[in-house]
Structure formats: C-alpha cells, structure tokens
Design a protein around this ligand. Structure first.
Ligand code: B16
Ligand code: MG
Length: 217
C-alpha cells in the first residue's frame, strides 16, 4: 500500500497569513479598533467565519447577521486583491524540491486546507499540477481540529488514513492529523507544535532521506 502526503496551505506552502492579516486589520480599523500581528496568530488554520467571530470579540463589537455576512465578504474581497498579485516567488523555501521528489516517486499528494481560496492560490504560484486531490474549506463541514479535512483527502487519494503523512503549521491542524491517526509533521515553532510526531522549522531542514524514510516505512 502506498503512502499519501497531505500539505496544509497557509504557513506550509505559502505565507498567506500576512495577507489575511492586512485584510482583517483593515476591517478592524474600519470598525474602530486595532488588530495586532500577535492577535493574527490566533487566526492561523482557523476558518474565515470563526476568524470574524474572534475579531469581533477582540473589538468587543456586536453584529447583526447582515453585518456579519457583509464583513465576511468585504474581508475576502480585500484578501483576494493581495492573492491576485501572488506568484512563484512566494512559495516557501524548498517546498518545490519536496513536491518534485514525491511526484517522481509516484507518491500521491493532497492539499488539506481550511481556506476557500486554496485552488486559485496554488494556481497563482504554479503548484496546482502537483496535487492529486484538493480538500479545502469548500468541501468540509467541520473545521480542524476535526480530522474531516484530512480523512477526506486520504479518501480522495485512495490511501488508508494511517498511511498518510501531514505537514501542518497550526496546532489545530496537528491535532486534526493526530485524530485521523496520520503521521503529523509540525512546520514552525516546535514548542507550539509539541503534539506533532516530528518537528521542523521549515522545509529547508527536511532532507530527502527523511522523506524517503517516511514513504518506505
Ligand atoms: P479563507 P490553512 C487558513 O489556511 C488560514 O491559516 C486562516 O487564517 C484562514 O482564515 C483560513 O485558511 C480560511 O481562509 O478565508 O481563504 O477561506 O492554514 O488551513 O491553509
Ligand atoms: Mg496553515
């Protein structure tokens, strides 16, 4: 039975968090309060709807359903303006090297992201062709740490869940991978992602030998 590899998007393949931050900050400022980069950390791996709920808690703002819906749209319209200008230079270091190695070894590759904009982002940065399956915020009903996104990705790849390996930068994502009984690899701060089975700061720390070991076991 082959292994399957599942990548999160934001914080693993590209750093879209900085664009999410600018779009949320603009909305917060319009609503009359500040939104800091430190607060933006809470938004990583979290769905758009939940992000707005947290933002309103930060600003101590109430919203009617109509306002909530229109602010969700406004934030996304602003976010998409940044995405529009993305290109291959925004791919995080050594990600293409790993994707290329997996492709050459016929290892199925999936995306497992909370973002509803995942497909256009992969297209913009020129990585879409590497992915055999894309499961994102448009396909799931339960957000990470629920394992739904990764279980669906495994299913679409035709690989058993316990033969999958997940790269994640968010605590909720690592929890989701563990709940799916997959091998979890934390990308980022190992103290924050301490629940992951393996930890690396970024892909430049990951050798081809390490990947070979994972896909052979
Ligand atoms: P969208 P990931 C997540 O991406 C981001 O980390 C998170 O900040 C964002 O709110 C979420 O996608 C939804 O994104 O507004 O584009 O649907 O890390 O799960 O790839
Ligand atoms: Mg992420």
């Amino acid at each position: 039975m082959t292994k399957g590899i599942i990548f999160d998007l934001d914080g693993v393949i590209v750093d879209t968090a900085k664009y999410h931050y600018l779009a949320w900050k603009k909305l917060a400022n319009e609503l009359g309060f500040e939104f800091t980069k430190a607060q933006n950390e809470l938004f990583k791996g979290v769905s758009r709807k939940r992000c707005l709920e947290i933002l309103l808690e930060i600003g101590n703002r109430e919203a009617t359903q109509e306002e909530f819906d229109s602010w969700m749209i406004e934030k996304n319209v602003d976010y998409l303006k940044y995405i529009e200008n993305m290109d291959a230079s925004e791919i995080l270091p050594d990600v293409p090297k790993i994707l290329e190695f997996l492709k050459q070894n016929n290892i199925p590759i999936a995306l497992g992201s909370a973002s509803k904009n995942a497909q256009p982002i992969l297209e913009k940065v020129g990585l879409l062709h590497y992915f055999d399956a894309i499961v994102d915020g448009n396909n799931v009903t339960k957000a990470k740490p629920d394992p739904e996104v990764f279980l669906l990705a495994a299913k679409q790849l035709g690989v058993n869940a316990d033969d999958c390996i997940v790269f994640e930068d968010a605590v909720a994502g690592v929890e989701a991978a563990n709940a799916a009984k997959m091998i979890s690899i934390g990308i980022g701060d190992k103290d924050i992602l301490s629940e992951a089975q393996f930890n690396f700061r970024d892909f430049t720390e990951i050798s081809i030998e390490f990947i070979e070991g994972l896909i052979k076991n």
